[in-house]
Design a binder for this molecule. Structure first.
Ligand code: NDP
Ligand code: KAL
Length: 257
């Protein structure tokens, strides 16, 4: 017997698939496995063909739409078009973050005003922008998730301005949960342990963070994108119906240390 909830005929929007290592791709595959109808969004035209070939691996045919989250008009028209093509929206997985690489090493205070604004815009404000645009199209019991990291709760070397962005994102989750709860919409975050993705590539001390977690975390191992995705499925489906405004850590328990 399958442990999966059934999401047949329910539309979910997954934002932030760069390649097959993306956490968002693991989420998309898990939702697809549960029978969901998927809309996948990508940042710019140059990512379209890569996403098309990934999407061909899914069981159900997905709708692919361009959506640069720095552009309000693009976000609005993306959600209008999702509604036209796929009806009401049961859930959204927001798996998007960006900071200038130069600000992700060295002293925190060496960042510029522009680098700070860009990181906060793409990595934190975009969640609110997306929820706002989806508001007219949410199903009665819709659910939104975003991805966060421990570096927003405490200092993690090199995470720098992304730590401030994740703190803003975590706080946005609470304010959005409170505002949208009366409309039946839940908003939660998953705080993932380190996972080797394109974003993680070439930044900071990624390998030492992986091995520190392996040595010290209660489970003494790293987590996979699939483990993050199954928690995502719980939150996005009716299984998580009583949970909102929460941050669930999928990090082998490292955050309790
Ligand atoms: P990926 O590099 O696979 O995903 C990051 C995504 O952000 C990409 O798909 C990228 O799109 C998208 N993005 C950046 N700028 C924009 C924009 N302006 N508009 C739309 N999309 C944009 O990395 P991950 O899967 O690791 O990251 C997903 C989320 O998980 C992020 O929020 C990250 O902070 C979080 N996270 C990751 C951890 C890890 O260890 N990997 C740990 C904890 C949290 P494109 O490629 O099309 O530019
Ligand atoms: C402490 C950790 C080590 C790494 C430090 C900073 C990580 C920041 C994450 C941030 C999202 C990375 C970037 O924005 C990279 C970007 O400058 C360059 N890469 C790109 O442009 C690629 C092509 C695209 C696809 O990437 C994006 N993001 O658009 C944190 C580790 C242990 C955990 C991680 C990786 C957390 C996290 O938030 O991702």
């Amino acid at each position: 017997m399958s442990i999966y909830p059934t999401l047949t005929n329910k539309t979910y929007v997954v934002m932030g698939i760069a390649n097959k290592r993306s956490i968002a791709w693991a989420i998309a595959k898990t939702l697809d496995e549960a029978g969901a109808k998927l809309v996948l969004t990508y940042a710019a035209e140059r990512f379209k063909s890569g996403l098309e070939s990934l999407a061909s691996e899914l069981k159900q045919e997905a709708i692919l739409l361009e959506c640069d989250v720095t552009n309000d008009e693009a976000i609005d028209s993306t959600f209008r078009s999702i509604h036209e093509q796929a009806g009401e929206i049961q859930g959204i997985a927001h798996s998007i973050a960006f900071a200038d690489k130069e600000a992700l090493r060295g002293e925190f205070s060496e960042m510029t005003r522009g680098q700070f604004a860009q990181a906060l815009d793409i990595s934190a404000y975009s969640l609110t922008a997306v929820v706002k645009a989806a508001k007219p199209y949410f199903a009665q019991d819709a659910s939104v998730i975003t991805l966060t990291y421990l570096g927003g709760e405490r200092v993690v070397p090199n995470y720098n301005l992304m730590g401030v962005a994740k703190a803003a994102l975590d706080s946005s989750v609470k304010y959005l949960a409170n505002e949208y709860g009366p409309h039946g919409v839940r908003v939660n975050a998953i705080s993932a342990g380190p996972i080797r993705t394109l974003s993680a590539k070439g930044v900071g001390d990624f390998n030492s963070i992986l091995s520190e977690l392996e040595q010290k975390a209660p489970l003494r191992r790293n987590v996979s994108a699939e483990e993050v995705a199954s928690t995502g499925l719980f939150l996005l489906s009716g299984m998580g119906s009583g949970v909102t405004g929460e941050v669930i850590h999928v990090d082998s328990g490292y955050h309790i240390l």
